[in-house]
Write a protein that binds this ligand. Structure first.
Ligand code: SF4
Length: 274
């Protein structure tokens, strides 16, 4: 682990995050020790270490909370995506408390916030998350198979722990997105679709592994592609799963699903993109 002195903590949103309607991104860390084998963040220019080291390093922005305090006035009414090149609830956050500290500084200014994570540690911060009037936690789910998780994202929380975190967040009244992004090989697609549909998340997003010529989700590592091949998973099975899910609920695909929650004065009805 290393720490770095950052110049800023809220950066202008770019790429699919910008297109989705976000103004700013917030990354308390660089690198991510969840180390998912298919992670697209390892290809981003912010992550300067060799790709083969992905998952084995992270840098913490040691002045992140102080910067958030100084810069918080500029986020009022803005849409902030948390985080675009790392996971804000990766294991180090338990002791470092950077994400928690930044959120505490942000809260009085009431930006619209999306927290994108597979870290069940997010439930620790329910007390702060509840104080935002426009916030959604997008929890990444992936698959219904622990065997698949162990092959592709072995250092991430088990799926049952994530379902449990989703339930805790929803029970606390926090708006929840379920991101099956990417959809990893499934053991029982129908049952998984039923479980997602019956959960009642505000937003459900799916994403396949496809080559989008440099755009979001394009860069699946060769190692991940090899695992996928071995598991007999491909575009046709992904498409069938999405169709099954669509029979029950609205499904956003790919970058279309990454948009901020509506402003607090509006009711959610009718304010989600088509
Ligand atoms: S949690 Fe997100 S940022 Fe971290 S390795 Fe996995 S996909 Fe990449």
């Amino acid at each position: 682990m290393e720490t770095v002195e950052a110049r800023t903590i809220f950066s202008p949103a770019t790429g699919f995050i910008r297109r989705g309607g976000f103004d700013l991104t917030c990354n308390p860390y660089l690198g991510c020790t969840f180390g998912c084998r298919y992670c697209y963040a390892m290809f981003l220019p912010q992550n300067k270490k060799p790709r083969e080291l992905w998952g084995r390093w992270f840098s913490a922005k040691r002045n992140a909370v102080e910067l958030a305090r100084k810069e918080a006035t500029k986020i009022s009414g803005k849409a902030v995506y948390f985080s675009s090149v790392t996971d804000p609830y990766q294991p180090a956050e338990r002791a470092m408390l950077l994400t928690r500290g930044i959120l505490r500084e942000m809260q009085p200014f009431q930006p619209r916030v999306v927290i994108q994570t597979r870290g069940t540690l997010v439930t620790r911060d329910i007390d702060i998350l509840c104080r935002f009037r426009s916030l959604r936690v997008n929890l990444t789910m992936g698959s219904d198979s622990e065997r698949v998780r162990e092959l592709l994202e072995p250092k991430s929380p088990t799926y049952e722990k994530r379902w449990d975190a989703a339930r805790q967040l929803a029970d606390a009244g926090i708006s929840l997105g379920l991101c099956i992004t990417p959809v990893l090989p499934l053991e029982n697609p129908e049952r998984f679709a039923d479980r997602i549909a019956s959960f009642g998340a505000k937003v459900v997003v799916t994403q396949g592994f496809h080559d989008a010529a440099g755009a979001f989700g394009a860069d699946t590592s060769p190692a991940a592609l090899k695992v996928l091949e071995g598991l007999d998973w491909g575009p046709e099975k992904y498409r069938k799963f999405v169709e099954t899910l669509r029979k029950q609920i609205r499904v956003y695909e790919g970058e279309k699903g990454f948009f901020p929650p509506p402003p607090p004065e509006c009711t959610a009805q009718g304010l989600f993109p088509e």
